[in-house]
Write a protein that binds this ligand. Structure first.
Ligand code: ZN
Ligand code: ZN
Length: 362
């Protein structure tokens, strides 16, 4: 954790920002190790403080030993009071805040308490650090991914045409939990037939059916880190159209996985798959970006997607873990998406998820 704070301090110096108030839960956990549901961090050149309430005194001392604890008491000692004290003690005249993770009400309370301290937007700083994973994070992600791989591999042969999407989703969730997931990374998607045309469909009472595309998007969460995997299968032999579309998506995904490397612009990574799908005539049916980073959040940077004309795309760096998930969605018919996680390495990318990409199951 100490190393992460050191890297944040370097970024703060770069931005000429004396301190950052960290309010996003994932950022708080990333920097401090504290897993509680409430609390904020203040990181300056010389101080690392955790503000939280009485419920978390024992827990925070255990989980965030590098941070000095400042207790909030309700009523009596608000975050504003504690921050004003800290700012006075540290001589801070300017503090960055994570504007997209601070409610307007909280912001106003802090502003009112911090007389003479300027609050400025310090957006995305910790998020930027989090994009490149360290060894400990990669080890946890590998565990989450292995559990996800094992769960789907175990459940696919048990699926039957007369099962509902919701039943299948529950079987997948149980299988992940039995193998050590603390929770699903997100509500599991099982979308059969025409429902598979919706990239973020919710499982319902519709039956899996025979020969229909079934999109399954799932992931295990382990120690706060999220796996993310999509397979598209059919129960029984698929129609010729499914085979055609599946082959296009798979080839697009393989081209992207083969082409990822450090230094590649994220928009060019997206194009590795998109160009293939477009050339096959389905460009308009691939309505989302190629992928996203995963970590303490299920969706984080980098975003592998197109950028507007004239805008610059971020580039990939070694240590990033990103999804690679091209898809083709056709209203009334269904869809195909294939998603794996890849680790950007020194000279390419390593595909982390290993669940087979078989088409026919059950
Ligand atoms: Zn997914
Ligand atoms: Zn994803």
């Amino acid at each position: 954790m100490h190393e992460r704070v050191t890297r944040l301090r370097a970024l703060l110096r770069e931005r000429d920002l004396p301190a950052l108030l960290v309010s996003a839960p994932s950022n708080r956990r990333y920097l401090s190790g504290f897993r509680g549901s409430a609390g904020m961090l203040l990181v300056s050149e010389s101080a690392a403080m955790l503000f939280t309430d009485g419920r978390y005194l024992i827990q925070s001392a255990r989980e965030a030993p590098d941070f000095a604890l400042s207790e909030l008491v309700n009523p009596g000692r608000s975050l504003g009071d504690a921050l004003a004290e800290a700012a006075g003690m540290l001589g801070l005249r300017r503090i960055g805040v994570e504007a997209s993770n601070l409610s307007l009400a909280e912001y106003r309370r802090i502003e009112a308490a911090l007389d003479g301290v300027e609050l400025v937007a310090g957006e995305g700083l910790v998020e930027r650090l989090r994009e490149v994973k360290d060894g400990a994070e990669i080890a946890i992600l590998r565990r989450a991914i292995a559990i996800t791989d094992q769960a789907i591999t175990a459940v696919l042969p048990q699926l039957r045409p007369e099962m509902s999407e919701r039943q299948a989703a529950w079987m997948l969730e149980v299988a992940m939990r039995e193998r050590g997931a603390e929770a699903p990374s997100f509500p599991i998607i099982v979308a059969a037939g025409p429902n598979a045309a919706l990239p973020h469909a919710r499982p319902g009472d519709d039956l899996l059916g025979e020969g229909l595309p079934i999109v399954i998007d799932m992931g295990a969460r382990v120690d706060g880190y999220h796996a993310d995997l999509t397979r598209t299968v059919t129960i029984g032999a698929p129609a010729a159209r499914f085979r055609e579309i599946y082959a296009i998506v798979l080839a697009a995904q393989q081209q992207a996985l083969a082409g990822l490397r450090p230094g590649l612009a994220c928009s060019d990574a997206d194009a590795l798959a998109r160009d293939h799908i477009t050339a096959a005539g389905y460009g308009a049916a691939f309505g989302h970006g190629l992928g996203h980073g995963v970590g303490l959040d299920i969706h984080e940077g980098p975003g592998l997607r197109r950028v507007a004309e004239g805008k610059q795309s971020p580039v990939l760096h070694a240590g990033m873990v990103t999804s690679v998930e091209p898809g083709i969605y056709l209203e009334g018919w269904g869809g195909v998406r294939i998603e794996d996680l890849a680790l950007i390495t020194a000279d390419g990318a390593e595909q982390l998820s290993q669940a087979p990409k078989q088409v026919v199951t059950g």
